[in-house]
Design a protein around this ligand. Structure first.
Ligand code: SF4
Ligand code: SF4
Ligand code: FES
Length: 237
């Protein structure tokens, strides 16, 4: 049976890689490898997953240097001479082993006013936006984000400037700026206009290259830059 050599991050920020040998199987995913290690070699290994089908985003880790969903990444695609290095997501504190602390990531969604501010109550009918309308299509372009953190982990600007809101929070803000039912447009543009907001993006595209949902946060951020400039010219900010 052929074996895969796997280096896995163990411990917190000052931990180290530990080596394991895992049997190679057909159609094996990186998450299968991590699960094998935890169930058969070392039960103290901590990691996260839930759906195993690319819906929850909780299995995101750094695999041979790149952030990925491990449940949707086949070993055959990423192994380098039967070797894998698996680490927690970059740009986030490590809780233990492969588990990153996502608090900072989601705090930035709050800072970017990443929630919907409507006017209707539960007694009102649904506020419909026709599926074919330009307004709805503008929202659709960015709405499928599942908050996995892959783009955030891949963004160099977050590494240099930990205050930067990052691609996912800004992509969410852009989705809401385009939502015709939302009432917090100007406040949201003000929230993303500061030094750590959309203008800090250097358009490197790492986020867009890595997003497993094929979203384009770089375009969302460019949209925010235009909208912030237009709002400033109108004296709204
Ligand atoms: S934009 Fe893509 S990579 Fe970033 S959090 Fe959303 S789904 Fe994940
Ligand atoms: S395009 Fe902007 S948000 Fe995306 S990785 Fe580059 S600097 Fe970060
Ligand atoms: S376990 Fe849910 S996306 Fe991988």
């Amino acid at each position: 049976m052929s074996l895969l050599r796997v280096s896995v991050w163990r411990g917190g920020a000052s931990g180290e890689f530990r080596a394991y040998e895992v049997p190679r199987l057909e159609s094996q995913t990186v998450l299968d490898v991590v699960t094998y290690i935890q169930r058969s070699l070392d039960s103290t290994l901590s990691y996260r997953f839930a759906c195993r089908v690319g819906m929850c985003g909780s299995c995101a880790m750094t695999v041979n240097g790149k952030a990925r969903w491990t449940c949707r990444t086949h070993v055959a695609k990423v192994a380098d001479n039967d070797w894998l290095e698996i680490a927690p997501l970059a740009n986030l504190p490590v809780i233990k082993d492969l588990v990153a602390d996502m608090s900072r990531f989601f705090d930035k969604w709050v800072q970017a006013k990443g929630r919907f501010y409507g006017t209707r109550t539960r007694a009102d009918d649904f506020a419909r936006v026709p599926p074919g309308s330009p307004q709805r299509q503008a929202v659709d372009a960015a709405i499928e984000c599942i908050g996995c953190g892959v783009c955030y982990s891949a963004c160099d600007v977050v590494t240099w400037n930990p205050a930067y809101l990052g691609p996912a929070a800004l992509n969410r803000a852009w989705t809401l700026v385009n939502d015709v039912r939302d009432t917090a447009r100007v406040a949201r543009l003000a929230a993303v206009a500061g030094d750590a907001g959309c203008h800090a993006c250097h358009t490197h595209m790492n986020c867009t290259e890595r997003c497993p949902k094929n979203l384009v946060p770089t375009a969302s951020i460019a949209g925010l830059k235009r909208s912030v400039a237009a709002a400033a010219l109108k004296g709204e900010l």
